[in-house]
Design a protein around this ligand. Structure first.
Ligand code: CDP
Ligand code: MG
Length: 163
């Protein structure tokens, strides 16, 4: 846009203004491709489902968590009977931690993931297609904006998030 203020109609549609507007509607969520999936080389197939649903991978790395790191991450479940087994599993092999961005990314990702128990997961979801059991269910996804923010900050610094 040359000559700012010369034409307000065109100004409204200029690239920075319109990008700023749409960015406001974007949300970020935290995702993990779990050990059962990395073991079976399913990272690409799972990412394809996210991308097909309009989610963008804006940060991603492969790590191998210690049991203690998994324990902190799943601290909210510390009193649940499956907690120890879950932390064992999450530290049993590498995982891919990632940040997904898109409109309503938190809810959309939960939709693409499917229900926690693959027996209840809708056809076409990641868990329906790939999960091995209720515990080894291929993916994690944040459940609310507050948890998404905490979970993203646990694994990524701001400079690693490239939207
Ligand atoms: O992952 P999601 O948010 O769908 O389920 P959750 O209730 O937050 O549980 C976290 C994780 O714990 C699940 O994804 C499973 O890996 C595990 N889990 C389990 O092993 N047995 C259960 N009965 C429930 C959950
Ligand atoms: Mg959960």
């Amino acid at each position: 846009m040359v000559g700012a203020g010369a034409n307000h109609g065109a100004d409204m549609g200029s690239a920075p203004a319109i990008q700023g507007y749409f960015k406001m509607a974007l949300e970020r969520t935290f995702s993990i491709i779990k050990p059962d999936a990395t073991r079976r080389n399913l990272t690409g197939k799972i990412n394809a489902k996210f991308e097909d649903a309009g989610l963008r991978v804006v940060a991603q790395k492969r790590i191998h968590m210690t049991k203690a790191q998994a324990g902190v991450f799943y601290g909210v479940h510390a009193e649940r009977p499956f907690y120890d087994e879950l932390c064992e599993f999450m530290s049993s092999a590498p995982v891919v931690v990632q940040v997904l961005e898109g409109e309503n990314a938190i809810a959309k990702n939960r939709e693409v993931m499917g229900a926690t128990n693959p027996a209840d997961a809708a056809p076409g979801t990641v868990r329906a297609e790939f999960a091995e059991s209720v515990g080894e269910n291929s993916v994690h996804g944040s459940d609310a904006p507050e948890t998404a923010a905490v979970e993203i900050a646990y694994f990524f610094s701001g400079i690693e998030l490239v939207g």
